[in-house]
Design a protein around this ligand. Structure first.
Ligand code: BGN
Length: 287
């Protein structure tokens, strides 16, 4: 069951609440593959024009005009050096979220140094900074830039339990490789994320931070759910396979022995270089 927030401050209080399930949902997008591969960039518009056409506010913020949104979410995208994918992701996901009649913001957190990419740390930073940008009552969605949800009945709002948003992905032959997988796209309430002290900051390079996150939830008794694979299916934008970090197994094992309060939101250190409110997203530059 999705958690409803009764309206928000930006829309007028006289507006009726939007229905629990938006009438604009269209189900599986069978033309999703047009976004993938060589031709992907051909369907793209200029960001400014795209934002104007869809009435998106600066920083990638939107809410329905005809009713008060019942769901409010921030989508946090950890990012570095994948601009082609980011453009496709944004122009695919905005209309998708709008059909769901959400109040949302898209935040891209870019790692500006040359150290190994640290997805967990970037997501922690996105969480902290996004709390300063808007209502504290929101649902957080951690989302990789290379994943496109195929079915808009997969509502980008929080359930009572944390939720792993994909149940089937094309590159995994529309299956899940293992049950405790929590990577790629995940929704969670603010208080649950704080309860587990967020992600570990220690996973430099590819792999493991999501498995550690999964274990953090488990040890707090916060089992997560998934939607039906018919609804929660995704396609992945193709890219070169990242080289997995060689020490991820050791790190994962040692983190299991450690108290999560020693590594996470509470110990997060970073430098916010600047914030830019772009037409399609709020861009955080961090080190
Ligand atoms: C796993 C990775 C995850 C990744 C999934 C799906 C590790 C840690 C050692 C077991 N985990 O193997 O981080 O999300 O694959 O690609 O590498």
């Amino acid at each position: 069951e999705l958690i409803h927030f009764q309206g928000n401050s930006e829309t007028g209080t006289e507006d009726p609440l939007c229905p629990v399930l938006s009438p604009k949902l269209s189900g599986p997008d069978f033309s999703i593959h047009k976004w993938i591969g060589e031709k992907g960039s051909e369907v793209l518009k200029k960001p400014e024009q795209f934002a104007a056409d869809l009435n998106i506010k600066s920083g990638g913020v939107w809410h329905p005009e005809e009713c008060q949104a019942q769901y409010e979410s921030v989508i946090i995208v950890p990012y570095r050096n994948r601009y082609e994918q980011l453009e496709i992701f944004l122009q695919y996901i905005h209309p998708f979220l709008q059909r769901q009649q959400l109040h949302y913001r898209i935040v891209v957190v870019e790692q500006m140094d040359d150290r190994p990419f640290n997805r967990g740390r970037l997501l922690n930073i996105g969480f902290k900074e996004a709390l300063n940008l808007g209502s504290p009552n929101i649902c957080f969605i951690f989302h990789d830039v290379d994943l496109l949800p195929q079915n808009d009945y997969n509502i980008y709002a929080c359930t009572h339990q944390p939720r792993h948003m994909y149940s089937s992905v094309d590159i995994f032959r529309y299956h899940l490789p293992y049950r405790s997988l929590a990577g790629g796209s995940f929704s969670i309430l603010v208080n649950h994320f704080e309860e587990i002290n967020g992600f570990s900051n220690s996973f430099d390079g590819w792999g493991g931070e999501d498995d550690d996150f999964s274990f953090r939830l488990h040890r707090k008794g916060l089992e997560f759910c998934r939607f039906d694979p018919q609804v929660a299916n995704y396609v992945m934008l193709p890219h070169k396979k990242e080289v997995p970090s060689p020490d991820r197994f050791g790190k994962l094992a040692s983190k299991k022995e450690e108290d999560p309060s020693k590594d996470g939101l509470s110990t997060l250190e970073y430098k916010l270089l600047k914030i830019e409110y772009k037409p399609l997203y709020t861009h955080l530059f961090v080190r």
